[in-house]
Design a protein around this ligand. Structure first.
Ligand code: ZN
Length: 403
């Protein structure tokens, strides 16, 4: 990691944000809690962290949902952005210092896309009839992946898998006029009934998703940064494409390593009732619903932390009861002044997080301290003065749990 002027290390992390058309489900929560752990471990190590994120406040799924439910898309986005922020605050997730939306970054994105067209790294595809407002001659703009010899180095997937995932995750491999089936959309021209913004010489339209993240990450963190994070389903095409865009934005030749994230980190997906939690299956467990039903947000966070971030796992309703029991034991253990020696638990917490954010191991360390403390109290044995406060503050700072 680079050094600051004062000699301290600094780190930049970008975590892909939500498209605000459905409230935070446990899969989202698990992703943001995972990267929150990383940020907390960095801060604990004295690293100067910059955290940037986005909100895709205009995109096809949002517009489709608004149409389906008869809402104004802006009102839907605003309400879901607010609910997401409430959920994250309740879960103890440290907010990003840089938080930008797709709509407010249209000027930057359109300037970048126009530059790529001029440099021959992007091209226009003719519009279907009726599209393009008063300039139907200006086509949609796609990135030319053929100019990027490093394409594929993020996901390391085979061509066939890439094509399958691209089609399954919002891509348009069969669109006539594209140079390569995988070339991603950079600028979607105005369509009847869809919102559109002035794109200067690109014509009216709106940004593609991958270029949105590339531009916002660059705005918040500079051309090169340490980590781009998200759920595992963002590996391809989203992180592959946004990194390809980062490379060409800052490289006049359109090739070469350097710009973009140095590491890509992905959180596992969360299932429920035997299937991946998804809107289409209707099996979302929403954080806001759990909160409305009276769940302690700290218990929701603790239930998530009981799973290693990289693994896929399944939510069971009893997970919340188990987490509430665990939280009760911990709270009982820190309710006094003294306790078992806190030095060991603090060391073990730091070691666990340094070992690929092994949260389940960190929780076991706190469990062991709580058991030692509670049994010593029951036996009337001597305790270390102030131990409860040390452990309580460590759990708060490192695990984001208020005891
Ligand atoms: Zn993203």
């Amino acid at each position: 990691m680079p050094l600051t002027a004062s000699g301290a290390e600094r780190a930049g992390i970008y975590v892909c944000g939500i498209t605000p058309y459905d409230a935070t489900h446990l899969g989202h929560a698990a992703t943001y809690i995972a990267f929150d752990l990383l940020i907390r471990a960095w801060l604990d190590a004295g690293i100067d962290v910059t955290y940037a994120s986005n909100v895709t406040d205009v995109d096809d799924p949002l517009l489709e949902r608004a149409t389906a439910t008869g809402q104004d898309w802006r009102a839907l986005a605003a309400s879901q952005i607010a609910l997401f922020a409430e959920d994250m605050t309740a879960l103890g997730v440290i907010p990003p210092q840089v938080y930008l939306g797709a709509v407010e970054t249209v000027p930057q994105v359109s300037a970048v896309v126009h530059d790529l067209v001029i440099r021959g790294l992007a091209y226009r595809v003719p519009l279907p009839p009726g599209a393009g407002g008063d300039r139907p001659d200006l086509g949609d703009v796609y990135a030319d992946l053929g100019s990027d010899r490093d394409f594929g180095l993020v996901s390391h997937l085979t061509a066939g898998t890439m094509t399958d995932l691209f089609a399954a995750r919002g891509g348009d491999p069969d669109r006539p006029g594209k140079r390569h089936p995988l070339d991603p959309l950079l600028w979607r021209r105005e369509r009847p009934g869809e919102p559109a913004w002035d794109g200067g010489e690109l014509g009216t339209g709106r940004p593609g998703w991958h270029i949105e993240c590339a531009v916002i990450a660059r705005a918040g963190l500079g051309a090169a940064f340490d980590v781009q994070g998200g759920g595992h389903d963002l590996l391809f095409p989203h992180h592959e494409m946004s990194t390809a865009h980062s490379r060409v934005i800052d490289d006049a030749d359109g090739i070469g390593h350097g710009p973009g994230a140095r590491h890509h980190v992905h959180a596992g997906l969360v299932g429920y009732h035997g299937a991946k939690m998804s809107k289409s299956l209707g099996n979302l467990v929403l954080v806001s619903n759990l909160r409305m039903q009276g769940a302690d947000p700290a218990a929701i966070r603790l239930a998530v932390l009981a799973h290693h971030y990289r693994q896929d796992w399944e939510w069971h309703d009893a997970d919340l009861d188990d987490a509430e029991d665990r939280l009760d034991r911990w709270r009982m253990a820190v309710s006094g002044y003294g306790g078992a020696d806190p030095a060991d638990v603090l060391d073990e917490l730091r070691r666990a997080l340094a070992d690929d954010l092994d949260a389940p191991r960190a929780l076991r360390a706190v469990d062991a301290w709580a058991e030692r403390t509670l049994s010593a109290a029951a036996e009337g044995a001597a305790q270390v003065e102030g131990a409860a406060g040390v452990v309580s503050r460590a759990v708060n700072a490192l695990l984001g749990l208020r005891l």
